[in-house]
Every structure is written in C-alpha cells, then in structure tokens.
Design a protein around this ligand. Sequence first.
Ligand code: ADP
Length: 251
Amino acid sequence: MPGKIITVEHLNCRYNSVEVLSDISFAVEAGDYVGFVGPNGSGKTTLVKAILRLIRQESGTVSLFGKNPGEFSEWFRIGYLPQKLSFLNPNFPATVKEVVSLGLFAKKRFPKRLEKSDRILIDEAMRLMDITDIRDALIGELSGGQRQRVLVARAIVNGPELLILDEPTTAFDPEAREQFYHTLQDLNRNRQVTIILVTHDSATIGKYASKLLYLDKKVIFFGSFDAFCASEHMTSYFGEFAQHLICHRHD
Ligand code: ADP
C-alpha cells in the first residue's frame, strides 16, 4: 500500500538562537525502513521530535500520513521509543505485562479498560519481543536489554503503521542486538510497519535499512542504501576500509 507516511519540507529548528536543523526536506514512503545516521549532535533526535511535534519548529512543514499539520490527530498510528525514557521510573512497581498494556491506552476512549481482544494483542507483542517468560517480572528487576524489549513491545502493541526508535540498541549485547534487528526486519517486511531507526550502529544499519538519511544539521544524503554506498559521502563519512564492510549487503 504505497503512500507518503512522512513529508518534511524546508524544516528549520532552533534551540534558543542556535540553529540545529536547517532546511530539511525528505519523504518517507509506506514500507520504508529508514536509518537516521550522523555524528553526535547532528540533530537526529531533534528531527524525530519535530516529526512527532514534541518540539516547536521554526519554519517548514511536516505532514504525517498525508495530512497537513493541524489536521493529524491519529497518534495511535505511530509507535515511538524515545532515547531517554523519562516516563519510566524503574522503581515503579509495574510488571512487564502492565508496561506493555500501557501502549494500548492511546487509542482508547474512556472508560480505559482492557478487553479480551486487548489481551490477545498484549500476548502477541510480548511473543514478538520474546518477553513472554518474564511477563510477571517487575521492570526494575530486568537487564537493560530486557527492559528495552519490553518498551518496544509497548510501542508496537497497538499495531502502529509507523515505528520510530531512537538509539534502541545501546543496552544490548551483540547477540541480543542482532536478534532485535531481525525482529524489526520482520515487522517491516511481514507486517508492513514503516520504520525509522536512529542509530550509531553504522556497521549494521546497511544490512537492514532500505534508505538512509545522513544528517549533519542539514541533509547530507537521503536515498537508498545502495545509492549511499555509491556516493562520495559514504567514503568521506565511513572511510575506504569501512565502505567495503558496510556496503556488503546480507539479504
Ligand atoms: P543527535 O540526536 O544527532 O545527537 P540532537 O538532536 O540531540 O542530536 O542535538 C542537536 C543539537 O541540539 C546539539 O548541539 C544539542 O546539544 C542541541 N540540543 C539538543 N537538545 C537541546 C535542548 N533541549 N536545548 C538546547 N540545545 C539542545
């Protein structure tokens, strides 16, 4: 089902008087798996927040699901895993299952009560993220990687059409990271979830993402991963040696 999921046009963002994003334009299509890459401080998180209207932009437009700003209100269509989880206090005595179920409430009107169909969705999200066996554990008892899988389950339990993850794999060991990427790939390929993944994991992103947005306050490159490999930006950013490693596709 083709269509534009996100259209960003001439977006500018500032913090106080400092320009952080300058004249950003690109579009994400249904089914894309886009890696947001770039050095620290290049504006990746700011761009995600601007897309989700969590910060005020200076100028430009961001349309979601073909709707102009102001017309869009179906936030349940988007799953978001922020980089900093200020909403989650690890000492709060909630179980894994309870945290996952929180993801359903965005869609619900009052009374916010879980139905049988909700429990099926919760079980399915936990199965996908391989956390069924820890469903009754308290989130404060989990390892960083386990907790991250719980939060992804919370972000996908609603069946979002767009999933945005900001540096989700920092708490993972290499094996768990690979498994996590496979799960995202499954969501993208088999469940038609459009994915934006903000990552520092430059060596792996090309294995999974179909497109790359290389950011450094402005768009340095946006396009298919293969086009990125053929471009001068690839060599200048990753170096000659890494180019051969990273551009070797594994699918
Ligand atoms: P990235 O995600 O690529 O590391 P960020 O979007 O987090 O980059 O940050 C872009 C720039 O904006 C950085 O220079 C950062 O210091 C600055 N910045 C981020 N958040 C704030 C904030 N709340 N107030 C002021 N400056 C900020």
